[in-house]
Design a protein around this ligand. Structure first.
Ligand code: 1OR
Length: 302
């Protein structure tokens, strides 16, 4: 990844991303590939990946054989692998207040997965996973998972998108190139919630394709606040003010978004407050205009 971050030439960056992925590819038979692909397609962790990204993820999964009584994951240890079960039974144990391991859950169905908490949040393992029988798992680590999610079109294409986003216009080309490395791409279908009112959020989003509607529940009614289309951004408020999400953002058709964590964004661009603060007036004017034209309406009325 250092190679990717440090490279400035966009072609070199594209190649480096492919290199990361190629580095993680694991041999498997066609039969294994399609079985894992089926499991991946029903697992929430892969839900917002494009079909191509899912295929990349499957190709990076590595087989792990386990024997009965083996500890696959130990609570409190650092780890970044996510596992999908091919076979075997697994016990989930959590230490209670007295330090005694208690069984809290179990997995026994092929296709079930565990270990997503550490993969997604980089935190120590929240539970212990112990094999009750011999079995087989398919594992993917965080670097490979993230490399699959990355947008791997040429940087030139991505920079053309970023240049149209109002708040990013003042950025220099090198800053934009560094941002390109950190964006992941996600897809949503009509009716999917990209951001949910009341939830905590860590990511900002840019609409790449399609439209979304921003809604808010007021007096038990879901009212439309504004529509967002290509090159609009959202999800910044919760991060700027350290608040929960103030509204929903719902896809109204097939939508592609670029997304990045606040930490990654600030690493490249600096304080989100400073940059977005300048754009808040423009956004609030847009919102007021919509309100004045009384386009508030019940979302479900259409
Ligand atoms: P991880 O990366 O933290 C351990 O590694 C994994 O166990 C964890 O991700 C989950 O995938 C899985 N609490 C925490 N982790 C659980 C739990 C759990 N169940 C499965 N895992 N439970 C709450 C216990 C107070 C049980 C919920 C039914």
């Amino acid at each position: 990844r250092r190679l990717i971050r440090e490279a400035n030439n966009s072609d070199v960056q594209g190649d480096a991303e492919k290199f990361v992925l190629a580095d993680h590819k694991q041999e498997k038979t066609d039969e294994q590939f399609s079985k894992i692909e089926e499991w991946v397609s029903t697992n929430f962790l892969f839900h917002h990946m494009t079909p191509k990204q899912k295929k990349d993820a499957v190709s990076c999964m590595e087989k792990v054989d386990v024997v009965a009584e083996e500890y696959v994951i130990k609570q409190g240890e650092m780890g970044d692998k996510f596992y999908i079960i091919e076979s075997g039974k697994y016990d989930v144990l959590v230490r209670d207040d007295e330090g005694v391991m208690q069984s809290v859950f179990g997995y026994e169905h092929p296709g079930e997965g565990f270990g997503e908490l550490s993969l997604m949040y980089g935190k120590p393992r929240a539970a212990t996973i112990k094999a009750e029988t011999d079995g087989a798992l398919w594992a993917i680590n965080r670097i490979a998972f993230r490399a699959c999610m990355m947008k791997r079109n040429s940087h030139t294409d991505l920079i053309q998108i970023l240049k149209k986003v109002e708040i990013l216009k003042p950025l220099t080309i090198p800053q934009m190139q560094r941002l390109c490395d950190l964006f992941a791409e996600e897809t949503y279908e009509s009716g999917d919630f990209i951001v949910k009112q009341g939830e905590e959020g860590e990511n900002v989003y840019i609409v790449e394709e399609g439209t979304c509607v921003c809604t808010k529940v007021e007096d038990n009614k879901e009212v439309e606040m504004m529509r967002l289309g290509p090159n609009d951004y959202f999800g910044e408020r919760a991060l700027m003010y350290d608040e929960v999400r103030a509204a929903n953002v719902v896809a109204t058709e097939h939508v592609k978004v670029l997304t990045m964590s606040r930490a990654a964004f600030e690493e490249v661009v600096g304080s989100l407050e400073d940059i977005l603060g300048k754009d808040q007036t423009r956004r609030e004017n847009k919102l007021n205009k919509i309100n004045r034209a009384s386009t508030y309406r019940n979302f479900h009325d259409g």
